[in-house]
Design a protein around this ligand. Structure first.
Ligand code: BGC
Length: 249
């Protein structure tokens, strides 16, 4: 049983065919640049190219950097504002001629980590944070997802957290890992004081460099890097689509 998993990010859109029983990648991932401005029609065209690359004709799961309800995008923090109110699932279905499940990108990554990675078998409150162009969050209570939490936007020192402590900010401002970790640690402490999680899983681009900043994290909660690293988003999107379209598998 295979599904094409896609992950739309601020800089790249990547895809791979996923075995939805084992969560393994069936093909090497294929990545194209996110079109400048990330306008809906341009993003849909890039996704169609990825689908073509894999000669894919079957269900698609797509993680997307916005609040998604019933296939419709409701926010647009790092993408074109014209996404707000748009039925992205229908747009992508028409562009790819395949059934598409659209879901928040951090939720997708969290689903993969909870089923197959660092959150497997963990109960209580687990927060997955993806560190990339923005800060994405996924909240799980006893393994159940509370979708569309947008905790990357809580305010710290008068600024949205993702404007202080995302991977994009670290790269743009060229700050050291230690300086960035201090900011990120402050974010973790604030989140923990508000939600009291039992486990925090860190994913996204920065999870590849976990060793470079782990020592600076002092939050009194267990923190672990994502096991599926930056592939969690594609894998989780595929798993979610397999659940959503059991009849076409
Ligand atoms: C968006 C979230 C998204 C996160 C990671 C934030 O700016 O508001 O919906 O999950 O970035 O891409």
């Amino acid at each position: 049983m295979q599904v094409l998993g896609l992950d739309v990010g601020g800089t790249g859109i990547k895809g791979t065919i996923v075995d939805v029983v084992t969560g393994e990648l069936v093909t090497p991932r294929w990545r194209l640049h996110t079109p400048p401005g990330a306008e809906p029609t341009a993003v849909a065209a890039t996704i169609a190219q990825i689908v073509q690359h894999f000669s894919w004709n079957g269900p698609i799961g797509c993680g997307f950097p916005a609040v998604i309800k019933g296939g419709v995008a409701h926010t647009a923090a790092n993408i074109a504002p014209s996404w707000v109110g748009m039925d992205g699932a229908t747009l992508l279905r028409e562009a790819t001629c395949s059934p598409v499940l659209l879901l928040n990108d951090a939720d997708a990554a969290g689903i993969a980590e909870m089923r197959l990675g660092a959150g497997r078998g963990r109960s209580g409150l687990v927060i997955m944070i993806t560190i990339g162009t923005g800060l994405g969050t996924a909240l799980f209570m006893d393994g159940h997802l509370v979708p569309n939490t947008e905790l990357g936007h809580i305010e710290i020192r008068g600024k949205e957290a993702e404007y202080r402590a995302s991977e994009a900010v670290r790269l743009r401002k060229q700050i050291s890992w230690a300086a960035w970790a201090k900011r990120f640690n402050e974010y973790l402490c604030r989140l923990s004081a508000l939600l009291w999680p039992d486990l925090i899983i860190l994913g996204g681009g920065a999870s590849r460099s976990y060793e470079k900043f782990a020592a600076h994290l002092t939050v009194g909660v267990e923190v672990v890097p994502a096991m599926l690293r930056n592939e969690a988003g594609m894998i989780g999107a595929a798993l979610a689509a397999a659940d959503a379209f059991p009849q076409v598998l």
